[in-house]
Design a protein around this ligand. Structure first.
Ligand code: F0G
Length: 404
């Protein structure tokens, strides 16, 4: 049922066994990716299973005999957003609402695969650095599977909802006085030296779960969208989703591929800067800053994969300001009833900007990936909306406030 798989270096092409615990190529230090044997199946055959990550078993290299660690992730709604589309200038705008995952973000797609892999390798402990969502998700899947979980967070820069989740699910949470990039460097060293299984997106097995978002959009739309917009932080997701579309194409399950549209916050946009400059190497942003704390990342480890996804797909990249992010977040919430966290709104702000700049047509069928739930960051929501008025418990006073 599960496909056979190997690890391959994306630069020197050396291959390694799927049972080896590697986060980069021992030969040249570059990123590794999972290569699976191309499955022979059909959408109809797979549709006998419920919509969600594990519908696509034939594409998921979990390993025979492995017990899957699942919280029933994926299967998230794809909303057609006509009112928001009018605002953004698009006639066919969809939102893939990843906030509907068990821990409220797309990370669950990766963690079901990643923690299953950790168990099958016999690991007793897992770790990650995180801007918040990865830690919330890993903590939950570690709890479900009885693994010890360590998370390292940039102090003071993780939204309250995410911190609450990591703590409640029983992770050992360590706040470091530094940013995400520094936390990631530390956890990479700690996990390698201490034999703890690392589940940041540098771990290519995690991305195998995240690629299922591509499969679901094809199942839900009946075809691949023309444009797939996604916020970029550490840049695992954009590359995972592109990999998913390509695997469906290789299996004959789609003829077309979307253009991938990677969107970063203005204050944390090393990949967009690089693509704009036509450069071949990333210049890290040393002090990244944005209201979208989830993507407050200056030195994304997966930049080579992201750059490849955007270039190969004849895609686009763009930056959006904090004002544009907050504006898009508020519009989606008030026009469509969909509540997302700031980082997720980068994809919406990005498509609006691309229409305005004439980079995409008004009739482009666009799917915006909205990566995390509004309740992840309640403090930001209250800050931008303002606190409610407080009045005496008096009918006259209150009725006077209701304007209809
Ligand atoms: N949106 C949200 C809500 C996120 O939490 C993240 C990443 C992204 C987008 C960007 O995804 O890294 O694959 O490009 N959050 C990570 C974390 C870094 O630690 O939770 P990416």
């Amino acid at each position: 049922m599960f496909p056979k798989s190997t690890l391959r270096c994306m630069k020197c092409n050396r291959e390694y066994g799927s049972e080896e615990i590697l986060y980069s190529c021992p030969n040249c230090g570059s990123l590794l990716e999972v290569i699976i044997d191309t499955p022979t199946t059909s959408l109809e055959q797979m549709s006998k299973r419920p919509l969600g990550v594990w519908r696509y078993l034939e594409f998921l290299p979990a390993g025979e005999g492995t017990e899957i660690v699942s919280l029933e992730e994926g299967g998230t709604p794809l909303y057609k957003c006509d009112r928001l589309g009018k605002w953004a200038g698009l006639s066919k705008l969809y939102v893939k609402f990843e906030g509907a995952n068990p821990t409220g973000s797309f990370k669950d797609r990766g963690m079901t695969l990643g923690v299953t892999k950790a168990k099958s390798l016999g690991s007793k402990a897992v770790a990650c650095a995180s801007t918040g969502n990865t830690s919330a998700s890993l903590a939950a899947y570690a709890a479900k599977s009885g693994l010890t979980c360590y998370v390292i967070l940039p102090s003071g820069k993780v939204a309250m909802g995410k911190l609450a989740q990591a703590l409640m699910h029983g992770a050992k949470v360590i706040s470091v006085k530094g940013n995400f990039d520094e936390a990631l460097k530390l956890v990479m060293e700690l996990s390698t030296k201490m034999g703890i299984y690392l589940l940041n997106s540098i771990n290519p097995w995690r991305l195998e779960g995240q690629k299922t978002l591509a499969f679901e959009t094809i199942d839900q739309l009946g075809h691949a969208p023309a444009l797939l917009a996604v916020p970029m932080g550490n840049c695992g997701n954009v590359s995972a989703i592109w990999k998913g579309y390509n695997e469906f194409k290789d299996s004959g399950l789609t003829d077309s591929l979307p253009r991938m549209y990677g969107v970063q916050a203005e204050g944390a946009s090393p990949v967009v800067n690089m693509l704009r400059a036509g450069a071949e190497k990333l210049a890290p942003v040393l002090n990244p800053e944005t209201v979208a704390t989830a993507i407050r990342i200056g030195n994304p480890v997966n930049w080579p994969k992201a750059a490849r996804a955007i270039r190969e797909s004849d895609g686009l990249s763009e930056t959006v300001s904090d004002e544009e992010i907050i504006g898009a977040q508020r519009m989606l919430a008030s026009l469509e009833g969909i509540g997302i966290e700031p980082a997720s709104a980068a994809s919406i702000a990005g498509v609006k900007k691309a229409v305005e700049n004439g980079k995409i047509d008004r009739d482009t069928e666009a799917v915006c990936v909205c990566t995390g739930h509004l309740l992840k960051d309640p403090e930001e929501a209250i800050k931008v909306c303002g606190k409610p008025v407080e009045v005496p418990a008096d009918f006259k006073v209150i009725s006077g406030l209701l304007t209809n």
